[in-house]
Design a protein around this ligand. Structure first.
Ligand code: ADP
Ligand code: ADP
Length: 225
């Protein structure tokens, strides 16, 4: 999976320039998008997952222009927004079962196997019968990852996944992501915490007021600060 972003700009209807001439190439593995609040991270992510249109420029995923091939590209995408919410009336396993059904897994047996494997992978098997909205903040975040992964995306976009997590949960979350990056999945992670990126990502970009201020390995960024 190769994502090419060329001269991408986003100006909101109120005239605000959220992204200015962004050029980036993202390949499989983990890519970090670092920047303070307002830098344009969420805008870029919403555009990447085709929830929002860009004003100018171009994005291709494996050569396909995302504005022209939304229907082909959407099944390949997973997205975990910052403000992801949990249905209050579902148990943890039911929540995942529902996500599996939405992703097209029709057979009950197939879903049950996928749900159990996913619960194990994110460390939620023990709490599978707990109501999803009663999980701790860190567990909810892991459930969010699980519901995105159950559709087997080729590109996973995660907006500020570690905000508000305690250090132990933050490490757990990073470990889940590191395991994933061994597979052929492009993971794009936004954060304002350098540590989230330096420990997990092989490549990154620093966004500042909608522009790319740095693109390279986290080690190179840290050496130059
Ligand atoms: P980040 O995720 O890095 O905090 P955002 O992409 O959310 O950055 O926002 C970038 C800038 O664009 C901010 O100044 C924000 O207020 C503005 N912005 C985001 N969405 C909209 C919108 N729909 N309309 C107007 N301004 C917006
Ligand atoms: P598009 O025209 O590309 O569909 P919009 O400009 O309509 O995009 O923005 C849609 C998204 O931005 C919605 O999710 C909306 O809630 C969010 N949004 C709107 N205004 C702001 C703002 N000032 N800051 C951050 N997000 C905003």
């Amino acid at each position: 999976m190769k994502i090419e972003i060329e001269s991408l700009s986003k100006t909101y209807p109120n005239g605000h320039h959220a992204l200015r001439e962004v050029n980036l190439t993202i390949e499989s593995g983990m890519f970090g998008l670092l920047g303070p609040n307002g830098a344009g991270k969420s805008s870029l992510m919403r555009i990447l997952v085709t929830l929002q249109k860009h004003t100018s420029g171009k994005i291709t995923i494996d050569g396909l222009d995302i504005s022209r091939h939304r229907d082909k590209i959407r099944p390949l995408l997973g997205y975990l927004p910052q403000d992801f919410t949990y249905f209050s009336k579902l148990k943890t396993w039911e929540f995942l079962d529902y996500a599996a059904r939405l992703s097209g897994k029709k057979r009950k047996k197939e879903r049950a196997a996928a749900v159990s494997a996913m619960l194990e992978q994110v460390g939620l098997f023990e709490v599978r019968n707990r109501m999803a909205n009663k999980l701790s903040g860190g567990m909810k975040r892991r459930l969010g990852i699980a519901q995105a992964l159950i559709a087997e995306p080729k590109m996973l976009v995660i907006d500020e996944p570690t905000t508000g997590l305690d250090p132990e949960e933050r490490i757990r979350f990073r470990n889940i992501l590191s395991d994933l990056s061994q597979k052929d999945v492009a993971i794009i992670l936004s954060t304002h915490i350098v540590g989230d990126i330096s420990s997990t990502c092989n490549n990154m970009a620093l966004l500042h007021q909608g522009s790319v201020a740095f693109n390279g390995s986290p080690e190179t960024l840290i050496e130059n600060v």
